[in-house]
Design a protein around this ligand. Structure first.
Ligand code: MRU
Length: 312
């Protein structure tokens, strides 16, 4: 199954807000529908956003206002703007050329995820690996296979995976809803943990490597990823556990010198004071909701891309 694709003149994507209850495909015909889908996280994850951006340019049909709105739909994952730019660069050559460029972004992502899976699995030592991860970095976050969870899939296919400990990933529970769903489909052993249990389980010696994805990697290696990643990096360093970022080259942003220049999306009060629509804090409670954090490069053991291994 492809998470996102171009089918019969429209963008088709899995509505991730409905998982794990139902797996429903959405057909999207306009840029405003696509922007809404991106903002409510029906489509999410940096590589999938890159493909959504590229395919969205086909729907925009040269309208500069629509292209700008699409590019800015979410600020942290550089892949969205990158994907838009890849397709928009071909506008002068007509709609078919834009579509061909967008399909190249899709196909390159599929190839990149396969390559990252192999390279990441080659990098890790050991035969019965216990992996900790946060958020969702699987096929749902890309077109197929994904980044950090793509490495997990390759380890599993090679018979080298003992278990995955998946953080539930409050507030939107991408770990609990999506990562467990994907791990179950691949038949990989896994247990779900509360986010706050991550650093303690690292300290207790229950993890051989932390694998995460990335939304933007600054030129010096500082990495923005789902909130909670930084706490895992601190815990991993203290426990002497490798902390590995897995992301395609398109997530590296050479125009952003370091982490403090990365715009971190704040998603507002509602997602914190409610859980899946149920209020958990008193009426009137205010919240702070950074959707991502930044892990400084000196806490990162390695960055695995589709082309290389970087040791920041
Ligand atoms: O807010 P989300 O669900 O889009 O956040 C996604 C992440 O933080 C992922 O870890 C990241 O995009 C890498 S996906 C392969």
């Amino acid at each position: 199954m492809r998470t996102i694709d171009w089918v019969d003149g429209a963008v088709e994507l899995v509505d991730q807000t409905r998982l794990p209850g139902e797996c429903v495909m959405l057909r999207i015909h306009t840029v405003s529908e696509l922007v809404a889908a991106i903002q409510r996280l029906a489509v999410r994850g940096a590589p999938a956003l890159g493909v959504a951006g590229a395919l969205g340019v086909v729907l925009a049909d040269g309208d500069p206002g629509e292209i700008a709105a699409l590019r800015a739909a979410r600020p942290t994952a550089v892949n969205l703007a990158w994907g838009v730019d890849q397709a928009a660069a071909h506008q002068g050559a007509g709609r078919e050329a834009v579509l061909a460029a967008a399909l190249r972004v899709r196909d390159d992502d599929i190839a990149a995820c396969l390559a990252m899976g192999e390279r990441g699995a080659d990098l890790l030592e050991g035969d019965r690996l216990r992996i900790m991860t946060v958020c969702n970095t699987g096929g749902l976050a890309a077109v197929e296979r994904g980044t950090a969870l793509g490495v997990v899939q390759t380890l599993h296919e090679r018979g080298r995976l003992a278990e995955v400990l998946a953080l539930e990933t409050r507030p939107l529970l991408q770990g609990a809803r999506l990562t467990t769903w994907e791990l179950a489909r691949m038949g990989a052993p896994h247990r779900l943990i509360a986010d706050s249990a991550g650093p303690y389980l690292l300290a207790r010696g229950e993890v051989d490597a932390v694998l995460i994805g990335a939304d933007r990697i600054a030129a010096n290696g500082d990495t923005a990823n789902k909130i909670g990643s930084y706490a895992l990096a601190l815990g991993a360093e203290r426990a002497g556990v490798p902390f590995v970022v897995v992301a395609p080259e398109s997530t590296i942003d050479q125009h952003t010198p370091s982490g403090e220049h990365i715009e971190i999306e704040d998603r507002g009060d509602e997602e914190i004071v409610t859980v899946r629509g149920v209020r958990v804090a008193p009426e009137g409670t205010r919240a702070l909701n950074p959707a991502f954090d930044v892990t400084p490069h000196d806490l990162i053991t390695a960055i695995v891309t589709d082309k290389r291994v970087i040791r920041p």
